[in-house]
Design a protein around this ligand. Structure first.
Ligand code: EPS
Length: 408
Protein backbone atom coordinates (compact mmCIF):
# COMPACT_ATOMS: atom_id res chain seq x y z
CA UNK A 1 0.00 0.00 0.00
CA UNK A 2 2.77 2.34 1.03
CA UNK A 3 6.12 2.07 -0.73
CA UNK A 4 9.20 4.19 -0.81
CA UNK A 5 12.67 4.41 -2.27
CA UNK A 6 15.66 6.38 -1.11
CA UNK A 7 18.77 7.38 -3.06
CA UNK A 8 21.93 9.22 -2.18
CA UNK A 9 25.51 8.84 -1.04
CA UNK A 10 26.75 9.94 2.37
CA UNK A 11 29.06 12.61 0.93
CA UNK A 12 27.19 13.27 -2.30
CA UNK A 13 24.92 16.26 -2.93
CA UNK A 14 22.00 14.85 -0.96
CA UNK A 15 19.45 12.15 -0.20
CA UNK A 16 16.35 11.76 -2.31
CA UNK A 17 13.09 10.13 -1.21
CA UNK A 18 9.96 9.08 -3.08
CA UNK A 19 6.97 7.89 -1.06
CA UNK A 20 3.87 6.57 -2.75
CA UNK A 21 0.55 5.48 -1.30
CA UNK A 22 -0.32 8.22 1.17
CA UNK A 23 -4.05 8.89 0.90
CA UNK A 24 -5.16 12.30 -0.32
CA UNK A 25 -6.41 14.83 2.18
CA UNK A 26 -3.88 14.30 4.96
CA UNK A 27 -2.92 17.60 6.56
CA UNK A 28 0.86 17.50 6.87
CA UNK A 29 2.79 19.41 9.50
CA UNK A 30 6.01 20.10 7.60
CA UNK A 31 7.70 21.51 10.69
CA UNK A 32 7.04 18.15 12.35
CA UNK A 33 8.87 16.39 9.48
CA UNK A 34 11.88 18.62 10.11
CA UNK A 35 11.57 18.00 13.83
CA UNK A 36 11.90 14.24 13.27
CA UNK A 37 15.02 14.84 11.16
CA UNK A 38 16.43 16.97 13.94
CA UNK A 39 15.65 14.28 16.54
CA UNK A 40 17.69 11.74 14.55
CA UNK A 41 20.71 14.02 14.70
CA UNK A 42 20.71 14.13 18.51
CA UNK A 43 22.21 11.73 21.02
CA UNK A 44 25.41 11.47 22.97
CA UNK A 45 28.21 9.70 21.14
CA UNK A 46 27.72 11.19 17.69
CA UNK A 47 30.79 12.42 15.81
CA UNK A 48 31.71 15.64 14.03
CA UNK A 49 29.45 15.11 11.02
CA UNK A 50 26.28 15.95 12.93
CA UNK A 51 27.75 19.37 13.74
CA UNK A 52 27.99 20.01 9.99
CA UNK A 53 24.55 18.78 8.97
CA UNK A 54 21.21 20.38 9.76
CA UNK A 55 18.79 18.07 7.98
CA UNK A 56 15.65 19.38 6.30
CA UNK A 57 13.48 17.80 3.64
CA UNK A 58 13.06 20.03 0.62
CA UNK A 59 9.65 18.74 -0.56
CA UNK A 60 9.24 18.66 -4.34
CA UNK A 61 5.85 16.99 -4.85
CA UNK A 62 2.79 15.34 -3.35
CA UNK A 63 1.52 18.26 -1.26
CA UNK A 64 -0.56 21.28 -2.08
CA UNK A 65 -1.36 23.93 0.53
CA UNK A 66 0.05 21.57 3.18
CA UNK A 67 -2.19 18.66 2.25
CA UNK A 68 -1.49 15.40 0.41
CA UNK A 69 -3.12 15.12 -3.03
CA UNK A 70 -2.59 11.37 -3.53
CA UNK A 71 0.46 11.75 -5.78
CA UNK A 72 3.92 10.56 -4.71
CA UNK A 73 5.57 12.70 -2.06
CA UNK A 74 9.17 13.39 -3.00
CA UNK A 75 11.97 15.53 -1.71
CA UNK A 76 15.67 15.98 -1.11
CA UNK A 77 17.75 16.35 2.02
CA UNK A 78 20.83 18.32 1.01
CA UNK A 79 24.17 17.23 2.48
CA UNK A 80 25.85 20.32 3.84
CA UNK A 81 29.09 18.34 3.89
CA UNK A 82 28.95 18.09 0.07
CA UNK A 83 31.02 21.25 -0.28
CA UNK A 84 33.93 19.38 1.34
CA UNK A 85 33.64 16.38 -0.99
CA UNK A 86 33.04 17.71 -4.49
CA UNK A 87 36.51 16.67 -5.67
CA UNK A 88 36.19 13.17 -4.16
CA UNK A 89 32.59 12.44 -5.16
CA UNK A 90 31.98 14.00 -8.60
CA UNK A 91 29.36 12.30 -10.77
CA UNK A 92 31.24 13.10 -13.97
CA UNK A 93 34.65 11.70 -15.03
CA UNK A 94 36.32 14.77 -13.70
CA UNK A 95 35.31 17.16 -10.99
CA UNK A 96 34.23 20.51 -12.43
CA UNK A 97 36.76 23.35 -12.20
CA UNK A 98 34.72 25.06 -9.46
CA UNK A 99 34.60 21.90 -7.27
CA UNK A 100 35.53 22.44 -3.63
CA UNK A 101 36.98 20.26 -0.87
CA UNK A 102 39.90 17.84 -0.67
CA UNK A 103 40.87 15.17 -3.19
CA UNK A 104 40.99 11.93 -1.24
CA UNK A 105 42.85 8.78 -2.21
CA UNK A 106 41.16 5.39 -2.53
CA UNK A 107 40.06 3.47 0.59
CA UNK A 108 41.67 0.00 0.45
CA UNK A 109 41.66 -1.39 4.00
CA UNK A 110 38.17 -2.83 4.72
CA UNK A 111 36.76 -2.31 8.21
CA UNK A 112 35.71 -5.56 9.91
CA UNK A 113 31.95 -5.35 10.52
CA UNK A 114 31.31 -2.80 7.78
CA UNK A 115 30.00 -3.57 4.28
CA UNK A 116 33.45 -2.65 2.83
CA UNK A 117 34.80 -6.13 1.99
CA UNK A 118 31.54 -7.88 1.09
CA UNK A 119 30.49 -4.88 -1.00
CA UNK A 120 33.84 -4.82 -2.86
CA UNK A 121 33.41 -8.51 -3.72
CA UNK A 122 29.86 -7.92 -4.88
CA UNK A 123 30.26 -4.78 -6.99
CA UNK A 124 33.88 -5.44 -8.05
CA UNK A 125 35.18 -2.07 -6.97
CA UNK A 126 38.75 -1.28 -5.94
CA UNK A 127 38.06 1.93 -4.02
CA UNK A 128 35.97 0.91 -1.00
CA UNK A 129 34.49 4.39 -0.98
CA UNK A 130 32.16 3.17 -3.74
CA UNK A 131 30.72 0.77 -1.14
CA UNK A 132 30.82 2.74 2.06
CA UNK A 133 29.17 5.85 0.65
CA UNK A 134 25.85 4.07 0.17
CA UNK A 135 26.26 1.58 3.02
CA UNK A 136 26.62 4.57 5.36
CA UNK A 137 23.91 5.13 7.93
CA UNK A 138 23.54 8.61 6.49
CA UNK A 139 20.78 6.99 4.39
CA UNK A 140 18.64 6.68 7.50
CA UNK A 141 17.92 10.43 7.36
CA UNK A 142 15.83 9.69 4.25
CA UNK A 143 13.94 6.94 6.07
CA UNK A 144 13.15 9.27 8.94
CA UNK A 145 11.71 11.77 6.46
CA UNK A 146 9.46 9.06 5.00
CA UNK A 147 8.56 7.82 8.48
CA UNK A 148 7.53 11.34 9.49
CA UNK A 149 4.70 11.19 6.93
CA UNK A 150 3.64 7.67 7.97
CA UNK A 151 3.63 8.79 11.57
CA UNK A 152 1.33 11.71 10.81
CA UNK A 153 -1.12 9.31 9.17
CA UNK A 154 -1.05 7.13 12.30
CA UNK A 155 -1.47 10.16 14.54
CA UNK A 156 -4.48 11.26 12.53
CA UNK A 157 -6.12 8.01 13.66
CA UNK A 158 -5.10 8.17 17.32
CA UNK A 159 -1.79 6.30 17.33
CA UNK A 160 1.38 7.59 18.96
CA UNK A 161 4.93 6.41 18.17
CA UNK A 162 7.51 6.55 20.97
CA UNK A 163 10.92 5.13 21.77
CA UNK A 164 13.48 4.92 24.54
CA UNK A 165 17.02 3.60 24.88
CA UNK A 166 17.32 0.62 27.21
CA UNK A 167 20.99 -0.38 26.98
CA UNK A 168 24.35 1.09 25.95
CA UNK A 169 27.05 -1.57 26.00
CA UNK A 170 27.21 -2.99 29.52
CA UNK A 171 24.87 -0.40 31.05
CA UNK A 172 21.15 -1.23 30.94
CA UNK A 173 17.88 -0.24 32.62
CA UNK A 174 16.71 -2.88 35.12
CA UNK A 175 13.51 -3.95 33.39
CA UNK A 176 12.99 -2.42 29.97
CA UNK A 177 9.44 -3.68 29.51
CA UNK A 178 8.38 -2.16 32.83
CA UNK A 179 9.04 1.41 31.65
CA UNK A 180 5.74 3.21 31.54
CA UNK A 181 4.42 5.03 28.52
CA UNK A 182 3.98 8.37 30.28
CA UNK A 183 7.66 8.39 31.31
CA UNK A 184 8.75 7.44 27.78
CA UNK A 185 6.48 10.04 26.20
CA UNK A 186 7.90 12.77 28.42
CA UNK A 187 11.57 12.11 27.54
CA UNK A 188 13.19 15.27 26.19
CA UNK A 189 14.13 14.99 22.52
CA UNK A 190 17.52 16.53 23.26
CA UNK A 191 18.29 14.31 26.28
CA UNK A 192 21.73 12.74 25.87
CA UNK A 193 20.49 9.15 25.52
CA UNK A 194 16.68 9.27 25.96
CA UNK A 195 16.67 6.71 28.75
CA UNK A 196 13.89 6.78 31.37
CA UNK A 197 16.25 6.24 34.33
CA UNK A 198 18.38 9.36 34.94
CA UNK A 199 21.02 7.47 36.95
CA UNK A 200 21.38 4.80 34.28
CA UNK A 201 21.56 7.52 31.63
CA UNK A 202 24.48 9.18 33.44
CA UNK A 203 26.28 5.82 33.57
CA UNK A 204 25.61 5.34 29.83
CA UNK A 205 27.18 8.72 29.07
CA UNK A 206 30.26 7.80 31.15
CA UNK A 207 30.44 4.44 29.36
CA UNK A 208 30.49 6.20 25.97
CA UNK A 209 33.20 8.59 27.20
CA UNK A 210 35.34 5.63 28.25
CA UNK A 211 34.80 3.91 24.90
CA UNK A 212 35.82 7.07 23.07
CA UNK A 213 39.01 7.35 25.16
CA UNK A 214 39.83 3.73 24.30
CA UNK A 215 39.25 4.32 20.57
CA UNK A 216 36.37 1.86 20.79
CA UNK A 217 32.64 1.91 19.93
CA UNK A 218 29.44 0.74 21.65
CA UNK A 219 26.11 -0.77 20.65
CA UNK A 220 22.97 -1.15 22.70
CA UNK A 221 19.22 -1.65 22.63
CA UNK A 222 16.16 0.54 22.22
CA UNK A 223 12.45 -0.08 22.32
CA UNK A 224 9.85 1.43 19.98
CA UNK A 225 6.30 1.62 21.30
CA UNK A 226 3.09 2.52 19.50
CA UNK A 227 -0.09 2.95 21.47
CA UNK A 228 -3.64 3.43 20.25
CA UNK A 229 -3.18 0.63 17.70
CA UNK A 230 -6.51 -0.94 16.67
CA UNK A 231 -6.77 -4.74 16.93
CA UNK A 232 -6.70 -6.68 13.66
CA UNK A 233 -3.77 -5.19 11.71
CA UNK A 234 -1.58 -7.76 9.95
CA UNK A 235 -2.63 -11.37 9.42
CA UNK A 236 -1.70 -14.96 10.26
CA UNK A 237 -3.04 -16.46 7.03
CA UNK A 238 0.21 -16.20 5.05
CA UNK A 239 3.85 -15.95 6.17
CA UNK A 240 4.52 -12.63 4.52
CA UNK A 241 1.48 -10.95 6.01
CA UNK A 242 2.49 -11.54 9.65
CA UNK A 243 3.07 -8.11 11.13
CA UNK A 244 5.76 -9.30 13.56
CA UNK A 245 7.76 -10.61 10.60
CA UNK A 246 7.28 -7.39 8.66
CA UNK A 247 8.33 -5.27 11.62
CA UNK A 248 11.39 -7.45 12.24
CA UNK A 249 12.51 -7.08 8.62
CA UNK A 250 12.02 -3.33 8.68
CA UNK A 251 13.91 -2.77 11.94
CA UNK A 252 16.64 -5.31 11.02
CA UNK A 253 17.24 -3.37 7.80
CA UNK A 254 18.56 -0.40 9.78
CA UNK A 255 22.38 -0.42 9.60
CA UNK A 256 24.02 -2.25 12.55
CA UNK A 257 20.79 -3.82 13.86
CA UNK A 258 21.50 -7.49 14.50
CA UNK A 259 18.35 -8.71 16.26
CA UNK A 260 14.78 -7.60 16.78
CA UNK A 261 12.50 -8.60 19.65
CA UNK A 262 8.73 -8.27 19.94
CA UNK A 263 7.45 -7.77 23.50
CA UNK A 264 9.83 -9.59 25.86
CA UNK A 265 11.66 -10.82 22.76
CA UNK A 266 14.35 -13.49 23.17
CA UNK A 267 13.41 -13.98 26.86
CA UNK A 268 10.44 -16.10 25.72
CA UNK A 269 12.85 -18.97 25.08
CA UNK A 270 13.92 -19.24 28.72
CA UNK A 271 10.60 -18.52 30.46
CA UNK A 272 7.70 -20.95 31.13
CA UNK A 273 4.45 -20.37 29.29
CA UNK A 274 2.70 -19.24 32.46
CA UNK A 275 5.08 -16.27 32.57
CA UNK A 276 5.13 -15.53 28.88
CA UNK A 277 1.49 -15.38 27.81
CA UNK A 278 -0.73 -12.50 28.78
CA UNK A 279 -4.01 -13.52 30.43
CA UNK A 280 -7.30 -12.25 29.06
CA UNK A 281 -9.62 -10.75 31.69
CA UNK A 282 -13.01 -9.21 31.57
CA UNK A 283 -12.86 -5.50 32.09
CA UNK A 284 -16.49 -5.47 33.05
CA UNK A 285 -15.77 -4.92 36.74
CA UNK A 286 -13.10 -2.33 36.12
CA UNK A 287 -13.55 1.21 35.09
CA UNK A 288 -14.30 0.41 31.52
CA UNK A 289 -12.76 2.27 28.65
CA UNK A 290 -15.90 2.82 26.60
CA UNK A 291 -13.92 3.56 23.43
CA UNK A 292 -12.79 -0.03 23.14
CA UNK A 293 -13.69 -3.59 24.06
CA UNK A 294 -14.56 -4.85 27.57
CA UNK A 295 -11.46 -6.98 27.83
CA UNK A 296 -8.14 -6.24 29.42
CA UNK A 297 -4.69 -7.79 29.53
CA UNK A 298 -2.89 -7.49 32.87
CA UNK A 299 0.48 -7.81 31.09
CA UNK A 300 1.77 -7.11 27.58
CA UNK A 301 4.71 -9.48 27.20
CA UNK A 302 3.55 -10.26 23.66
CA UNK A 303 4.21 -6.64 22.70
CA UNK A 304 0.81 -6.08 21.14
CA UNK A 305 1.00 -8.93 18.62
CA UNK A 306 -0.44 -12.42 18.72
CA UNK A 307 -0.38 -14.58 15.61
CA UNK A 308 1.18 -11.72 13.70
CA UNK A 309 -1.96 -9.63 14.28
CA UNK A 310 -2.27 -6.57 16.51
CA UNK A 311 -4.28 -7.37 19.64
CA UNK A 312 -5.14 -3.87 20.85
CA UNK A 313 -2.25 -3.62 23.31
CA UNK A 314 0.64 -1.22 22.65
CA UNK A 315 3.12 -2.49 20.08
CA UNK A 316 6.57 -2.99 21.63
CA UNK A 317 9.54 -3.68 19.36
CA UNK A 318 13.15 -3.87 20.59
CA UNK A 319 16.18 -3.40 18.33
CA UNK A 320 19.65 -4.74 19.19
CA UNK A 321 22.44 -2.67 17.68
CA UNK A 322 26.05 -3.74 17.26
CA UNK A 323 28.90 -1.31 17.94
CA UNK A 324 29.80 0.90 14.96
CA UNK A 325 32.42 -0.70 12.71
CA UNK A 326 34.78 2.27 12.45
CA UNK A 327 37.19 2.07 15.37
CA UNK A 328 39.65 4.87 16.08
CA UNK A 329 41.92 2.11 17.40
CA UNK A 330 41.36 -0.07 14.33
CA UNK A 331 41.14 -3.85 14.18
CA UNK A 332 43.47 -5.83 11.93
CA UNK A 333 42.61 -6.00 8.26
CA UNK A 334 44.30 -6.51 4.90
CA UNK A 335 45.19 -3.73 2.47
CA UNK A 336 43.53 -4.97 -0.69
CA UNK A 337 45.95 -2.95 -2.86
CA UNK A 338 49.09 -4.68 -1.51
CA UNK A 339 47.67 -7.67 0.38
CA UNK A 340 49.72 -6.73 3.42
CA UNK A 341 48.11 -6.97 6.83
CA UNK A 342 47.28 -3.44 7.95
CA UNK A 343 44.98 -1.75 10.45
CA UNK A 344 41.48 -1.13 9.06
CA UNK A 345 40.76 2.27 7.54
CA UNK A 346 39.67 5.05 9.86
CA UNK A 347 36.78 7.09 8.56
CA UNK A 348 35.43 9.91 10.68
CA UNK A 349 32.56 8.31 12.58
CA UNK A 350 30.39 8.07 15.69
CA UNK A 351 31.31 6.29 18.95
CA UNK A 352 27.69 5.31 19.62
CA UNK A 353 24.55 5.95 17.58
CA UNK A 354 21.95 3.97 19.55
CA UNK A 355 19.78 7.04 20.39
CA UNK A 356 19.70 7.96 16.68
CA UNK A 357 18.92 4.36 15.70
CA UNK A 358 15.91 4.47 18.02
CA UNK A 359 14.52 7.43 16.07
CA UNK A 360 15.18 5.62 12.78
CA UNK A 361 13.39 2.55 14.15
CA UNK A 362 10.39 4.70 15.10
CA UNK A 363 10.26 5.70 11.44
CA UNK A 364 10.52 2.13 10.15
CA UNK A 365 7.87 0.89 12.57
CA UNK A 366 5.60 3.79 11.59
CA UNK A 367 6.01 2.96 7.89
CA UNK A 368 5.19 -0.75 8.38
CA UNK A 369 2.27 0.03 10.66
CA UNK A 370 0.86 2.67 8.32
CA UNK A 371 1.08 0.10 5.52
CA UNK A 372 -0.83 -2.48 7.59
CA UNK A 373 -3.33 0.19 8.62
CA UNK A 374 -3.99 1.12 4.98
CA UNK A 375 -4.40 -2.56 4.10
CA UNK A 376 -7.17 -2.84 6.66
CA UNK A 377 -8.87 0.52 6.28
CA UNK A 378 -7.34 1.95 3.14
CA UNK A 379 -8.93 4.21 0.66
CA UNK A 380 -7.70 6.84 -1.71
CA UNK A 381 -8.64 9.68 0.61
CA UNK A 382 -8.71 10.33 4.35
CA UNK A 383 -12.41 11.07 3.99
CA UNK A 384 -13.00 7.45 2.91
CA UNK A 385 -10.80 5.94 5.60
CA UNK A 386 -12.20 7.79 8.62
CA UNK A 387 -15.71 6.24 8.54
CA UNK A 388 -14.20 2.75 8.12
CA UNK A 389 -12.05 3.21 11.19
CA UNK A 390 -15.04 4.46 13.20
CA UNK A 391 -17.16 1.56 12.03
CA UNK A 392 -14.49 -1.01 12.98
CA UNK A 393 -14.14 0.58 16.43
CA UNK A 394 -17.88 0.45 16.98
CA UNK A 395 -18.01 -3.17 15.88
CA UNK A 396 -15.21 -4.25 18.23
CA UNK A 397 -16.78 -2.36 21.13
CA UNK A 398 -20.20 -3.93 20.62
CA UNK A 399 -19.02 -7.43 19.77
CA UNK A 400 -16.69 -7.83 22.78
CA UNK A 401 -18.78 -6.81 25.74
CA UNK A 402 -20.76 -8.73 28.38
CA UNK A 403 -24.18 -9.87 27.19
CA UNK A 404 -26.91 -7.51 28.31
CA UNK A 405 -29.13 -8.94 31.10
CA UNK A 406 -32.27 -10.61 29.72
CA UNK A 407 -35.12 -8.15 29.67
CA UNK A 408 -37.93 -8.90 32.16
C1 EPS B 1 28.70 6.95 9.07
C2 EPS B 1 29.82 7.74 9.36
C3 EPS B 1 29.68 9.13 9.83
C4 EPS B 1 28.34 9.30 10.49
C5 EPS B 1 27.32 8.88 9.46
C6 EPS B 1 27.33 7.41 9.31
O1 EPS B 1 29.69 10.04 8.76
P1 EPS B 1 31.01 10.73 8.24
O2 EPS B 1 31.81 9.63 7.60
O3 EPS B 1 30.57 11.76 7.22
O4 EPS B 1 31.66 11.35 9.42
O5 EPS B 1 28.16 10.61 10.93
O6 EPS B 1 26.03 9.27 9.83
C7 EPS B 1 25.49 10.32 9.21
C8 EPS B 1 26.14 11.12 8.36
C9 EPS B 1 24.10 10.52 9.56
O7 EPS B 1 23.48 11.44 9.03
O8 EPS B 1 23.61 9.72 10.38
C10 EPS B 1 28.82 5.60 8.51
O9 EPS B 1 29.93 5.23 8.08
O10 EPS B 1 27.84 4.85 8.48
Amino acid sequence: MLRFLTAGESHGPGLVVVLEGLPAGLDVDIAAVHHQLWRRQQGYGRGQRMKIESDRLDITSGLRFGRTIGSPVSGIIHNRDWKNWQKTMPVDREAPAEATGATRGPVTRPRPGHADLAGAAKYEVSDLRDVLERASARETAARVAVGAFARQLLERFGMRVLSHVTRIGEVAVADASAADLAAIASLADDAPIRCVDAEVEAAMVAHIDRAREMGDTLGGTFEVIVDGVPPGLGSYVQWDRKLDGRLAQAVMSIPAIKAVGIGIGPDVAATPGSNVHDEILSAADDVRDTRTWSLRRPTNRAGGLEGGVTNGEPLRVTGYMKPIATLMKPLRSVDLATFDEAPAAIERSDVCAVPAAAVVAEAMVAIVLADAFLERFGGDAIAQIAPRVDEARRHVRERFQPPSPPSA
